[in-house]
Design a protein around this ligand. Sequence first.
Ligand code: ATP
Length: 513
Amino acid sequence: MEEEKELKKEKKNIPVLPWMRNPVDITTFDQCTLDLLPFIDPRLVVALKKMSITSLFPVQLAVWQETIGPGSFERDLCINSPTGSGKTLAYALPIVQMLSTRAVKCLRALVVLPTRDLALQVKEVFSALAPAVGLSVGLAVGQSSISDEISELIKKPNAEYGICYDPEEFSYKLQSAVDILVATPGRLMDHISNTDGFTLEHLCYLVVDETDRLLREAYQSWLPTVIQLTSSSIDGNFPSVDDLLPCTYGSLKTIRRVGTERGFKSKAYPRLAKMVLSATLTQDPSKLAQLDLHHPLLLTTGERRYKLPEELKSFKVLCQSKLKPLYLVSLLQSLQGEKSIVFTSSVESTHRLCTLLKFFDNLQIEFKEYSRLQRQSVRSKTLRAFRSGQVQVLISSDAMTRGMDVEGVRNVINYDMPAYIKTFIHRAGRTARAGQSGCCFTLTHKDEVKRFKKMLQKADCNSCPTYSVSSEVIESLRSVYTSALEKLRENVESEKFKKSKIRLNASNVRKEK
Ligand SMILES: Nc1ncnc2c1ncn2[C@@H]1O[C@H](COP(=O)(O)OP(=O)(O)OP(=O)(O)O)[C@@H](O)[C@H]1O
């Protein structure tokens, strides 16, 4: 729905914001080997090499120039760069380098992502870098109980200073156990509201990854809350007596004043520096205004707003609607067990398609369902099996589309054609990452071809050849398909019956209470 609204607004040709007219073009940057990268901390070079990274990708070099390099992070950065181009390291590396000289542990960098799986993925990147320069990274996503999470994030005084009996002194001495926090909005808000010792008053850097997705929903007003909590703590230029008291180790404060000099008028100083990123960054002024950006600088790839990865090959598979599952099976067989993700239009159709495929005997393809209908623990297990190669094909709703990075995915299959180019970009972007090659197949009915071509043109993709699947395979599967459909019908009925029984039991329990 939100995507539809956004599209309508775009169609009305909202003028591009003035600062978006002079972007930094990422395509003008080349890859840069680590030994040529200016100012990099040698400890981080070692950490990067352990991650098998020997050079920086163009977007990473462009961001480095604007943060550590001559740009000195004087402007907030809006980064619009294709899927798989390396945006995570583009922000993680400069943040870790900028914090590497800090002597006191405080929460100084916050990275917000829309989903738990994405946050876990990003935390791994920070965890591979930060310890090399003595920094620690925390995670607030609701993966563990809130108390476990608190004990990871907040250092209790008795751990280092002996037991403390005075509750006031106790909360005064609570300190952050992490320098960098990767969080989802819900858990972040829980900590802001309820966790003793959790404070954003020292925050220097905020990263909003998958920005357009995060701005689409309010997520408990996390963004206005963070902006407010990191705005000026003093209204004038004259600090109060309390503020002038010498800082002790425990009460060390980052005092933000209202700036008066050019460029900082009525803004907090020192400001919270921000990086916002997406492969499909919104241009909607009202959405971007929520981020309260300071002299924003756009970093983008070429002139087109949307761009597909260079090494992605896109194909359409013409099919008859009624036989679509057979076209999929035939296509999967032709891909010979290569790691692939099949996207459907909804969680229900993901479940139905998976159930149907289970009724095909001798399919010889290891596939699994992955959707929001499942519990997180089931989803995580499936993802692990897919990463390890135990599962070859993941059948997924759009839960996988944003940001997920699984090594070795060779193909993306749009079982249902996406309605919007943004969805196409995020789905297709699960393959052809980091300069690797990959294919995206879209199953289309002949009536959909025109719309599909028009959609691809928005991402500058003017060639989408037809991929022919074997009609012999389709014919040979027809009888199996008929019986599989029958079994699916029975299965749907029995699932409906089970669900209604569960609902009935639950309402009886409520009545008895
Ligand atoms: N400099 C580098 N050298 C080699 N591999 C890299 C480098 N930077 C990133 N990668 C790898 O590239 C892949 C894609 O990176 P990343 O997930 O950050 O992309 P992204 O731009 O955030 O994509 P998306 O928009 O889909 O979220 C990852 O597997 C990462 O390990």
